[in-house]
Design a protein around this ligand. Structure first.
Ligand code: NAD
Ligand code: ZN
Ligand code: ZN
Length: 345
């Protein structure tokens, strides 16, 4: 079968022929119908050899959707042809975090060598993929595969991030979304679906701000040094109860710090490498909470799929063939993808 692989540190991803995988006991083989491209894949492909954590070659793609093609020994509850989306942050399934559905924070994954598809294990950018366990599969129930693929990460990660701030996002509150890309454009919709907050979206691209307005942002601002002053003006000097940063570089974190309200939340989702100083004298308003969440839980993923099925969020996608995936990554790198790039193998 064909797969998109990152084969050598520093080289571009390639479409190659690889052996057809077989599901082991307890595993499920999917015929991939859609796979999303995430900015994190670009980050992974930018890591130097000394710190590169995964075995190579690596089949990319951690946003997968497919139909069940074969069941490994002992798997029940699924049938060939079932359309499903893949929960990506696989854990051991047994520890305390996993028992709560928080496999993204599995206490034993590292020790057991369990890695998400596309981030260590063979991923979804291929004709077929093996999923570790049927518990990672959520039925699409009629949802379009291209629509569903981004939900697995670009939807789930902001959903998890927003839930943490929900108690602060009541009537009259404001949420700021920095970076309206794959994750950000779904974050705007999730904020609108889950909260009465006024949503202010920031990006460096007018095209992306246009998408932000289309999907429900009340206000859009160019992301620059003056942006926080505008946020203060728009909130009568108070600032935003929640700032979600989907870029995470020093410049956006400064905007976040200068935009957040007293007792507000700064949530750093983007892995741009910036850091925020928390503490007296750090310049933040009193009692600001800061966190850097990773992906989301299994139950949250089920909720996100349901929100999409109800039409409350929808992915803005640009689709590509498997052969076009390396080019789509180049376009993502150049900032030319509006919404999410999705490969239909
Ligand atoms: P993307 O490329 O689709 O979107 C990024 C957006 O940020 C683009 O619209 C871009 O124009 C905008 N942007 C760039 N610089 C900016 C700036 N200075 N100010 C405002 N906007 C700016 O990326 P994505 O796939 O949505 O991922 C977003 C980030 O989240 C990446 O860093 C990714 O690695 C990270 N990520 C984290 C998690 C997690 O679990 N924490 C999960 C998925 C992705
Ligand atoms: Zn991702
Ligand atoms: Zn676990």
């Amino acid at each position: 079968m064909r797969a998109v692989q990152y084969r050598k540190v520093g080289s571009a991803p390639e479409v190659v022929e690889v052996p057809m995988p077989e599901p082991g006991p307890g595993q499920v083989l999917l015929k991939v119908t859609a796979a999303g491209l995430c900015h994190s894949d670009l980050a992974v492909m930018g890591w130097p050899e000394e710190v590169f954590p995964y075995p190579l070659p690596l089949t990319l793609g951690h946003e997968g959707v497919g139909t069940v093609a074969a069941l490994g020994r002992g798997v029940t509850g699924l049938a060939e042809g079932d359309a499903v989306a893949v929960y990506g942050p696989w854990g051991c399934g047994l520890c305390r975090k996993c028992a709560e559905g928080k496999e993204n924070y599995c206490l034993r994954a590292a020790e057991l060598g369990i890695m998400p598809p596309g981030l260590g294990s063979p991923g979804a950018l291929a004709e077929f993929m093996v999923v570790d366990s049927p518990r990672h599969l959520v039925p699409l129930n009629g949802l379009d595969p291209a629509q569903a693929a981004p939900l697995t990460d670009a939807g789930l990660t902001p959903y998890h991030a927003i839930l943490k701030s929900l108690p602060k996002l009541g009537p009259g509150s404001t949420a700021v979304v920095i970076g309206v890309g794959g994750l950000g454009h779904l974050a705007v919709q999730l904020l609108r679906a889950l909260t009465p907050a006024r949503v202010i979206a920031l990006d460096v691209s007018q095209e992306k701000l246009e998408l932000a307005r289309t999907v429900g942002a009340h206000e859009t601002l160019l992301s620059n040094a003056e942006a926080s002053e505008r946020v203060r003006e728009l909130t009568g000097g108070v600032g935003a109860e929640a700032v979600l940063d989907f870029v995470g570089v020093e410049a956006t974190l400064s905007v976040a710090a200068a935009s957040v309200a007293v007792e507000g939340d700064v949530t750093i989702v983007g892995i741009g490498g910036g850091t925020l100083a928390v503490g007296f004298g750090g310049g933040l308003p009193f009692e600001v909470s800061a966190c850097f969440p990773y992906w989301g839980s299994r139950t949250e993923f089920i909720d996100v799929v349901e929100l999409a099925r109800q039409g409350l969020v929808s992915s803005h996608v640009e689709t590509f063939s498997l052969e076009e995936a390396p080019m789509a990554y180049e376009r993502l790198h150049a900032g030319e993808i509006n919404g999410r790039a999705v490969v239909l193998p």
